[in-house]
Design a protein around this ligand. Structure first.
Ligand code: CA
Length: 429
């Protein structure tokens, strides 16, 4: 198929736009109080429900048309890769600059600024991994300076099961959690608001087709099961975490809130931006055979990830958000395919709409740390343009994640913003 180069939606052709015709990420928005599926195109949303109503999808199978009239992406996700590609081709045709009946489609666009976005997926299960060796090493060195990386790290993609009920859409307020914390010198813990609230910059893998219980997904088939990617902020209370995490791992330090971005970028849209997977140092062990992909030369994704912060004082002084870090998905030790395959290697079944997050994405360089905890290695406190300083997040701080990929001769493909503002805790009693 010839790839469309431009759209009759003028804003989609702006080189700064996250949403050119080559992207077409899926989301769910409220239309007259009803949830509709849509795709982002420039600064507009194309309503898939009304596209189906107007017969614009009639060349597609009945299952695809029916999935476009659903309230979440799950029915579409369950149909598999051929159905996803067929729908994507049809949407590209409708939005292509050369489309002759664009007036029919124009009436079905909604300005993105007027849309209220909803969680795009009914997420069944959520797993959070720990796939960045730079994050694992920096965090490990804070707790175990002599032995930062545990011996299983280079063999096992480490993860834990997260909580779905507190996953919220970008823009939702994040209430500072209450919890037990214990200062190192204190004899006993106290109960109160977390004083060490942090963000974690992650990418979410949204599972399309799943697997049957007892049947694992082979590594070379893993990506066929991935519908798309979104941004994830795994809000973390470091003081609660350090007191509770042994022996069973994260619990209340993590499960009070997780924010995801409203747009799910199809994996297919990212295919021109694939790069070699992380190059393991020569003395690292090779992955065990079930995790050894035959396509390492394109298992990575060149995706730049950025974190911005805007404090209340910055907002009042109309200062733009300040960049805190910039990293890249290609720096993960484990690939997205390896995470999927490892999750199912014991026969655990994934289902359409499951969310697997990568874990904090950090790079080797200063300035690429995907959370504030890692910045504690820096002796200088973080200084904001107002003169304020930060070790961890204060109330009314807003955190903004962005992600995009770009390559010469190809358009920018972006994820849109994933934001959350911290609000004061409830009375911790
Ligand atoms: Ca995490």
């Amino acid at each position: 198929m010839a790839i469309a180069s431009s759209s009759w939606v003028a804003s989609a052709n702006d080189p700064e736009s996250d949403f050119p015709i080559q992207n077409l990420p899926y989301g769910v928005f409220l239309y007259r109080e009803t949830a509709h599926l849509g795709v982002a195109i420039g600064d507009q949303i194309l309503d898939l429900y009304t596209c189906a109503d107007h017969g614009l999808l009639s060349s597609l199978s009945r299952e695809v048309v029916s999935a476009c009239r659903a309230r979440t992406l799950n029915p579409l996700m369950s149909l598999g890769r051929d159905a996803w590609s067929a729908l994507r081709r049809q949407l590209m045709a409708l939005l292509d600059a050369g489309y002759e009946k664009k007036r029919d489609v124009e009436a079905l666009l909604i300005p993105m600024k007027d849309a209220i976005m909803r969680l795009p997926v009914d997420i069944g299960d959520y797993t959070d991994f720990y796939a960045s060796i730079y994050h694992a090493t920096r965090v490990g060195s804070l707790f175990r300076p002599d032995n930062p990386l545990l011996p299983n790290y280079k063999y096992v993609p480490i993860g834990y099961h997260g909580r779905v009920s507190s996953i919220v859409i970008s823009g939702s307020e994040i209430r500072r959690p209450c919890g037990q914390t214990k200062a190192a010198a204190a004899e006993a813990p106290v109960f109160g608001p977390s004083k060490s609230l942090d963000y974690e910059l992650e990418i979410g893998i949204l599972v399309g087709t799943g697997n049957s219980p007892g049947h694992s997904i082979p590594i070379d088939k893993a990506e066929e099961h991935i519908f798309g990617l979104c941004l994830v902020n795994d809000w973390s209370a470091r003081d609660i975490q350090s007191w509770e995490y042994q022996p069973l791992g994260p619990f209340l330090a993590k499960n009070f809130a997780t924010t995801i971005s409203p747009w799910v970028v199809p994996l297919e849209a990212l295919s021109p931006y694939r790069v070699p997977a992380f190059e393991r140092p020569a003395d690292d062990p090779a992955p065990l055979p079930y995790l050894a992909s035959s396509s390492r030369e394109k298992d990575g994704i060149d995706l730049t990830l950025e974190v911005y912060l805007q404090s209340e004082a910055m907002r009042q002084q109309q200062m733009p958000a300040m960049i805190l870090s910039r990293g890249n998905l290609r720096d993960l030790y484990w690939t997205i395919g390896q995470l999927v395959t490892h999750h199912t290697c014991n026969g655990c079944n994934l289902r359409p709409g499951d969310l697997l997050a990568t874990g904090t994405i950090s790079g080797p360089a200063a300035g690429s740390e995907g959370c504030l905890l890692e910045k504690r290695q820096n002796p200088e406190p973080l200084r904001l343009p107002t003169g304020e300083t930060r070790t961890f997040l204060e109330d009314d701080d807003e955190i903004i994640f962005r992600a995009y990929t770009q390559r010469s001769g190809l358009p920018r493909i972006g994820f849109g913003d994933c934001t959350g503002r911290v609000v004061a805790s409830q009375a911790c009693e």
